[in-house]
Design a protein around this ligand. Structure first.
Ligand code: GDP
Ligand code: IMO
Ligand code: MG
Length: 421
């Protein structure tokens, strides 16, 4: 039976989802984003070119693959149009294989302002949001105030926009009476709606279910990562959507019975951008070495990413929550040249060793197991058999800890730097 395979991040985002979706999209009839918005930055390298996608699914470079922005996604029309323009400049015609859900919610300029004002008001407790307006837009969605893509085709759109904006401005003033309330990009917002209207905005839940009925398979592309999930992540330092596998059902309108594989992507180490607890974080030269070798700077905001060892307690949790069937280990090449590698196999919390994530990771420290490192450059390898013995042991250790097979090892950003096990 044709199925929806889900590909999602198991850590705090930036695991390399974009790269693998691009690689795998050749095997699917469609790629569909199910949550998040332009807080995501999915990088794809091929033929010496580099693209960073924020809202458009990572299957867009294969014309035969349909790309669907599902109902669970939040869309900023300004940034969306910029992405379309960037693709067109590079010779692609995204309108040919792109569909947008009429139910997807819109990020307004005033949502972005609200995001900035609320973050500023939090002071040292700030989330470290990408300030793309994600939180306020999902708040309006669940608060039943939001505007959706379908609304831009209605005659009363401007009135509804004005009412919602007014509401936002009242909140902004209540948080900070001195806050700037001029929205400089309102004109670009309205002009970018034209670009949105020109695309195929449809009931994507029908489109996807009809594809499944015809026997086509679909790849659901997650954004962010499991530890940023609003339910199970390191709350409140999370994003405002369900990044876990169940989000694919609600964010696309497909039944859980349709889910096939759940592919969980993780880096061979851990990174995090923004605030919040991070038990295996390395604040020393080893952390800096990982950042340098992995070029760990945010694809969306350019911020340096915090770096640390692989956290197997958190990885096991993510595997459990998502029902991961296949693990994919990214950026293995970055760990070349370390004499010894450490893996967190339990936490120390309130004078006890534990293997479960407490609801608050603050105050947790990591207990490590040490494994030998390797020095070989992996970036030119073509076959899994060529992997150094120490890396094979590292892989086996993770497979045993998670009781899940690793089916793919990535050894560089390029499409061809992908080894299937
Ligand atoms: P995403 O948000 O999960 O799609 O990941 P990002 O694109 O934000 O960050 C992943 C970064 O790592 C990008 O710059 C990728 O080009 C790069 N990358 C992906 N896989 C590998 C890999 O195996 N090795 C190296 N060195 N870089 C990789
Ligand atoms: P991709 O899809 C890494 C982080 C932010 C912040 C928190 C909340 O590229 O993996 P938000 O803007 O959602 O209010 O920010 O979540 N964050 C990400 N970190 N990768 C992402 O997406 C992220 N999207 C949001 O840094 O800590
Ligand atoms: Mg990213």
């Amino acid at each position: 039976m044709s199925a929806v395979d889900v590909l999602l991040g198991l850590q705090w985002g930036d695991e390399g989802k974009g790269k693998i979706v691009d690689v795998l999209s050749a095997r699917y009839g469609a790629v569909a984003r199910f949550q998040g918005g332009p807080n995501a930055g999915h990088t794809i390298h091929f033929d010496g070119k580099k693209f960073v996608l924020h809202t458009i699914p990572s299957g867009i470079f294969r014309e035969e693959c349909q790309n669907i922005v599902g109902n669970g996604v939040v869309i900023d029309p300004i940034r969306f149009e910029q992405e379309l323009i960037q693709l067109r400049h590079s010779g692609y015609q995204p309108e040919r294989n792109l569909f947008i859900s009429l139910r997807a919610h819109l990020i307004l300029p005033s949502h972005r302002l609200l995001d900035a004002v609320s973050e500023r008001a939090k002071g040292k407790d700030k989330i470290g949001s990408t300030l793309r307006g994600i939180g306020p837009t999902y708040m309006d969605k669940t608060g039943r105030n939001g505007l959706r893509v379908g609304d831009v085709f209605q005659a009363d759109f401007e009135d509804r926009y004005a009412r919602l904006k007014q509401k936002h401005m009242d909140i902004v003033r209540s948080i900070d009476s001195n806050a700037e309330t001029e929205l400089e990009d309102e004109a670009s917002f309205f002009s970018s709606l034209e670009a949105l209207r020109a695309l195929r905005c449809v009931n994507t839940e029908y489109l996807l279910n009809e594809m499944l009925s015809r026997g086509e398979s679909i790849l659901a592309e997650g954004a962010q990562g499991t530890l940023l999930d609003v339910e199970f992540g390191t709350y409140p330092f999370v994003t405002s959507s369900n990044t876990t596998a169940s989000g694919a059902c609600s964010g696309l309108g497909i039944s859980p019975r349709r889910i096939g594989k759940v592919m969980g992507i993780f880096k061979a180490y851990t990174t995090r951008v923004g605030s919040g607890p991070f038990p295996t974080e390395l604040l020393d030269e080893t952390g800096q070495k990982i950042r340098d070798q992995g070029f760990e700077y945010g694809s969306t905001t350019g911020r340096p990413r915090r770096c640390g060892w692989l956290d197997l307690v958190a990885l096991q949790y993510a595997v459990m929550l998502n029902g991961v069937t296949d693990l994919m280990m990214m950026k293995s090449d970055v760990l070349s040249g370390f004499e010894e590698l450490q893996l967190c196999t339990s936490y120390r919390y309130q004078s006890q060793d534990i293997k479960e994530l407490p609801i608050e990771l603050r105050g947790v420290s990591a207990n490590y197991t040490r494994l030998a490192g390797w020095n070989e450059d992996l970036t030119q390898l073509k076959k899994a058999e060529q992997l150094p013995a120490a890396l094979k042991q590292y892989i086996q250790f993770i497979e045993a800890a998670t009781s899940t097979p690793i089916s793919l090892v990535s050894v560089g950003p390029g499409r061809e730097q992908t080894l299937f096990l």
